[in-house]
Design a binder for this molecule. Structure first.
Ligand code: PMP
Length: 362
């Protein structure tokens, strides 16, 4: 009988709750407004001939390299950061190798690492989800071939000091170190400019968050040119579809749009954090476009909170199942109007569920 590889069977099924998402989408860290109108114009200009051709990503890589101020051989366009993670696992991990993550973190690291037969070493975050530098270092050994760190991290919104990330790359020269900067635009700090000193360092970026293009599936991976040529061998020449490629240039050129959206998100984030603070609720100050908060001490409280918000037309994500996140929900931020709606629903929910609050202010 046909049987999938054991390592594939070891991967737990992962079904993000994407069904029935009517309401204000604050559950998947997407852009809540939509992409730049210039991107929509480039979509409208597409012809049947454009769709008939296989996608050619060289021009897109030229554009991306120019935007990131890196050389073309250092950059690979990918089908979202997810594909970049997958490619790194396929390129650097053999069965029995170790791959290190710090939990809680983005679920796809573990999935792709497990699928290729690596042993996933999950280092628990330190107090307040801080980066457990000493424990991470202790977990590293000769078998460590990949270390994946989201910075800012999902679902906590916490960040790692750049020097800690770079020290990891320095101390584990035979491991690929992925710094996943999916939320870079909301944080503003990157290790990209330091890449030349660390040939094992990779940086990933995405168009799924600030740019409002999660549905297009477009991301970029940057690393040492020699290493990137190995990744290119693993990668389909057609990994990024022609529609995404047609939008890339306008998405990058409309700086005003992205900068305004990021400003809106940062203002909304400050309002939410202030409201949670005033309400006396536990949350973790975030550097991304979302905030993780504690709705109670059990997973039932988080589920109840998410249900109550949904009834009010606001979708948030129950993160109780994540390591160390029992009772937590993650709330994505968007524009000022979206924050108005969120905060109104939040205060009513706190009231309905009698979650203790101090002087909550909008
Ligand atoms: N990395 C992190 C840390 C994320 O939170 C996400 C999306 N939730 C991704 C990568 C996936 O990004 P993409 O849509 O580009 O595949």
């Amino acid at each position: 009988m046909l049987r999938p590889r054991e390592t594939v069977l070891a991967v737990p099924p992962y079904h993000p709750p994407l069904a029935d998402r009517s309401g204000l989408r604050l559950d998947f860290n997407e852009n809540t407004l939509g992409c730049s109108p210039r991107v929509l114009d480039s979509l409208r200009r597409l012809t049947a001939d454009d769709l008939a051709r296989y996608p050619e990503k060289h021009n897109g890589e030229l554009k991306m390299a120019d935007f990131l101020r890196v050389s073309v051989p250092e950059v690979l366009l990918t089908n979202g950061v997810d594909e970049a993670i997958h490619l790194l696992c396929q390129t650097y991990l053999s069965p029995g190798d170790q791959a290190v993550i710090v939990v809680p973190t983005y679920s796809m690291y573990r999935i792709y690492m497990t699928a290729v037969g690596a042993e996933v070493v999950s280092v628990p975050a330190a107090r307040n989800f801080e980066f457990p530098w000493t424990d991470v270092r202790k977990s590293m050994n000769q078998r460590t071939k990949l270390i994946a760190i989201a910075n800012p991290n999902n679902p906590t919104g916490r960040v790692v000091p750049p020097d800690d990330l770079l020290r990891l790359a320095e101390e584990a020269p035979s491991a690929a170190v992925l710094v996943d900067e999916a939320y870079f635009e909301f944080y503003g700090h990157s290790v990209l400019s330091r890449r030349k000193q660390y040939p094992n360092l990779f940086v990933a970026r995405t168009f799924s968050k600030a740019y409002g293009l999660a549905g297009l599936r477009l991301g970029a991976l940057v690393g040492n040119a020699d290493q990137m040529s190995a990744l290119r061998r693993m990668c389909s020449p057609y990994n990024v579809n022609g529609i995404a490629l047609a939008c890339l240039s306008d998405a990058l050129d409309d700086r005003v749009y992205v900068e305004q959206y990021v400003r809106d998100v940062l203002e909304s984030r400050a309002r939410l954090e202030r409201t949670l603070d005033n309400a006396g609720l536990t949350f973790w100050p975030s550097q991304a476009n979302f905030v993780l908060m504690k709705a109670g001490s059990t997973s039932a409280s988080a589920a109840q909170f998410a249900d109550s918000m949904r009834k009010r037309g606001v979708l948030v994500r129950d993160r109780s199942a994540d390591f160390g996140c029992e009772g937590c929900v993650r709330i994505t931020l968007g524009t000022r109007q979206h924050a108005d709606k969120l905060l109104e629903a939040l205060l009513r929910t706190l009231d309905e569920l009698r979650i203790p609050q101090g002087v909550a202010q909008l």
